[in-house]
Design a protein around this ligand. Structure first.
Ligand code: SF4
Length: 504
């Protein structure tokens, strides 16, 4: 990533007095990101509701993890009260009766960190623990620990061990109290962190240097913008890119990055000798394509055709017995049934309170699906959920297994047998629907994607007390899930039209 000044919206660089742990990590992803976060934060895309929900879930996991350390004391001062947080932390460090400190504030070389947990081992030694709501250790967590341990030691603490505490997704909650010993995994990452510690100082020096420049460094967007997470300046950095930018080629970052490195700017510029998958070739050709097998595939449905979609939520901390962290819990389904004469009937289910919805949801679903007809879905997700429901409800497993045998995946039919230039390489129903059925999209809905549906559902059943608000959310959820299944009805009709009308 060369640090060459360019004409990026010029900001008057104000003197930067302090970095934080999160800015250090932003700088590791990209120096331009660090620069923009400090000098032009208004260019960032604000977090979406689902992204905010993920962050809240991380906070909840962090709070729960504190129960693991009896005798620990929380530094309650917020990020707006840093001097008070620093002095409170210093007090707690000097108090030998304090066994652990949560959210302690430390500064070294103008780097401020708030540490999830430090645990007192004896009079001088401390253990550093970073809590993550993830299921496994990632490389970025090691740098997270590395910068924290550097600051702690710089601030005068003896750090004897760096640990990552994360969720054990194999833990099965049996109801009652959570078993934190089983739900959390505590991994000793001391050696891995040590290996990164020596790189911290030179990295910091580079970052300070970048921040003193009058303009942001020139760094082209590519795969690094998505690792470890999508950069909030992505929309800003790609705003001048063509819709045919090579990064929009589906099928993996490796090929995209290789093409970008070779100076290939658009999909149209990809040299003929580059081997592309079938889907990539259609994206490159950029014309409508209908497979000779599409008609037969469409004819393979059996009437009445059920069009089924589930909505799910995935709590990091299990809320229902016999679930695991991040286990998807279906709380809603919609089924548009199309009969052979063209009649359409709509059935739907939504759990509107905080009960475990799975048994009632499954019973109602089986009634709605009956014994005959194909069950049209869009992706393999419904198959996975039906299997999971069968495992949880053994008495319904045979009936649910029969439903699985009736599944008919519209997504795979489209991926293998049809392409439209407006897909722009994406087969998401959110892209395919407006391309093929322009009158029907999602932008008129309060809820426009499944992640937001999950957030709204959890708010409705676990925290919303206003009955009107709950009713509005329930309606928005019904409309969203219903749109997904109506979309499948319309998509099948359009595809039938493309192969010459009736497929009966
Ligand atoms: S989008 Fe990419 S290039 Fe732009 S600031 Fe973020 S990481 Fe850097």
């Amino acid at each position: 990533m060369p640090n060459i000044p360019q004409s990026e919206p010029s900001s008057k660089p104000v003197p930067v007095r302090r970095l934080s742990k999160s800015r250090f990590l932003a700088g590791l992803q990209c120096h331009k990101r660090l620069y923009l976060e400090i000098h032009s934060p208004e260019l960032a895309t604000p977090p979406t509701p689902d992204r905010r929900a993920i962050m809240d879930m991380g906070t909840d996991v962090g709070v729960l993890a504190r129960e693991f350390f009896p005798g620990g004391v929380l530094v309650e001062e917020t990020h707006r009260q840093i001097p008070a947080a620093l002095s409170r932390t210093a007090e707690l460090v000097l108090d030998p009766t304090v066994q652990a400190i949560f959210e302690g504030a430390f500064v070294w070389q103008d780097i401020l960190v708030r540490v999830d947990v430090i645990e007192r081992l004896d009079a001088t030694r401390w253990r550093l623990i970073e809590v993550k709501a993830t299921s496994k250790v990632k490389a970025t967590h090691l740098y997270d620990l590395a910068i924290q341990s550097a600051v702690l030691e710089g601030a005068g603490l003896l750090v004897d061990g760096c640990y990552l505490m994360h969720l054990n997704t194999q833990y099965v909650f049996l109801g009652g109290a959570l078993n934190l010993e089983e739900m959390f995994a505590l991994d000793n990452m001391t050696d891995e962190v040590q290996a990164r510690r020596e790189r911290v100082q030179p990295q910091l020096e580079e970052m300070w240097e970048v921040l003193q420049q009058p303009v942001a460094p020139v760094i082209e967007p590519d795969g690094h913008c998505q690792q470890p997470y999508e950069c909030p300046f992505w929309a800003h950095c790609i705003k001048e890119k063509s819709p045919r930018w090579v990064f929009h080629l589906p099928g993996g970052a490796k090929l995209q990055n290789m093409l970008i490195q070779e100076g290939v700017e658009t999909i149209d510029d990809i040299p003929a000798h580059i081997q592309l998958s079938d889907i990539q070739q259609h994206v490159k050709a950029n014309v409508e394509w209908i497979s000779p097998l599409l008609r037969a595939r469409l004819q393979s449905v059996r009437y009445p055709v059920h069009h089924l979609d589930f909505e799910t939520f995935m709590p990091a901390i299990p809320v229902f017995a016999h679930t695991r962290p991040y286990r998807p819990i279906p709380f809603q389904w919609s089924n548009h049934i199309e009969y052979e004469d063209g009649t359409i009937v709509h059935h739907h289910y939504l759990c509107v309170d905080g009960r475990d919805p799975r048994e009632e949801l499954a019973h109602r679903l089986l009634l709605s699906l009956g014994e005959t007809g194909s069950v049209c879905v869009y992706s393999e997700y419904e198959r996975f959920l039906l299997f999971a429901l069968g495992d949880f409800l053994p008495h319904l497993k045979p009936a649910l297994s029969k439903v699985v045998r009736r599944l008919w995946d519209l997504l795979s039919v489209i991926q293998q047998h049809y392409y439209h230039p407006d897909f722009q390489g994406s087969f998401s129903i959110k892209t395919v629907l407006p391309a093929l059925v322009p009158k029907l999209a999602y932008d008129d809905l309060t809820i426009q994607n499944g992640a937001v549906a999950a957030v709204m559902y959890q708010k409705m059943v676990f925290s919303e007390t206003d009955l009107m608000e709950r009713a509005h959310t329930a309606q928005a959820l019904e409309e969203y899930c219903g749109r997904d299944t109506w979309a499948m009805v319309e998509l099948r009709r359009v595809l039938i039209g493309r192969v010459g009308g009736s497929v009966l």
